[in-house]
Design a protein around this ligand. Sequence first.
Ligand code: MEV
Length: 309
Amino acid sequence: MRTVRTSAPGKLIILGEHAVVYGKPAVALAIDRRITCTVSLSSETVINGRAFDANKHPYFDHMMRYSNSPLRIETESDIPSGSGLGSSAALSSSFLKAVSVMNGVHIDNKKLATDAFLTEYNVQGRASPLDTSASTHGNGVSLNGPEESGEHLWDITMNENTWSVRNVKIPKMTMVIGYTGLHAATGPLVEKVRRYKDKCKFASDIVDEIGQTTLEGMDALRKGDIAELGDLMTKDHKLLSILGVSCNELNKLVNASLRHSYGAKLTGAGGGGSMIALTDEPEKVCEAISLRGGTPFIVKTGEPGARVE
Ligand code: MEV
């Protein structure tokens, strides 16, 4: 029986999460943590040994509409779910790539990123195509950055927003991730920011300031100015905290890392999940994160996107 194996990477967001949902710029890098899907034809759809259940498998409920037949699906992940590291985007990109191979249809990265984004949008509610573009393309992507931020890849439009996706050149730098161990669902956090922003001009101004900070960060990335980039990441963390998406555990890990870092911030939706630190002293940052109860790991960035294994 024909079997297809695909994988796609998780991501970390250097700058711009939440504000990107409203069309502001953002930058994300693919990391060396992946989700792998092994898919074969079957008389009924079975996921990791269990019969498909739309309530238990909302992502597959949306994605199976792309498949021409029922499938036996096995997933393996080294990205904790709800960790802010793009596990749902990696699952969507990897699985939809496998489906296209099973259907015998070539899928280009624009369509794969768009279909994976539609999956996130349907399951989680309001979203941007940042995570799914990073997972599909790999390396690093900017959304709505200036022309100089990198080669144009594709545009994705949803309702009133269009996001222009570019490949970003990444200078040599070391990132440490600190996982709080707290699972945080993205949808409710995105909704919390929307309510705050709709109610209050101050929150809208903070979203604008995140956008401005991200543009300055894209400039720093292009110049390879790591110290400047770190300062902007720390500033972004403060702005995200004002929007109400940080938490004590994240703040503890960010503050502990700052002594040995150019900058640190929450990454992804917040509310738990993970933080990142940009540093020349990864071992010291790892120790500081462990001492405050987090799980640290040094990540490689700029990893390849969705692919057939
Ligand atoms: C989540 O990884 C990033 C958010 O900006 C949501 C999104 O862009 O879809 C919080």
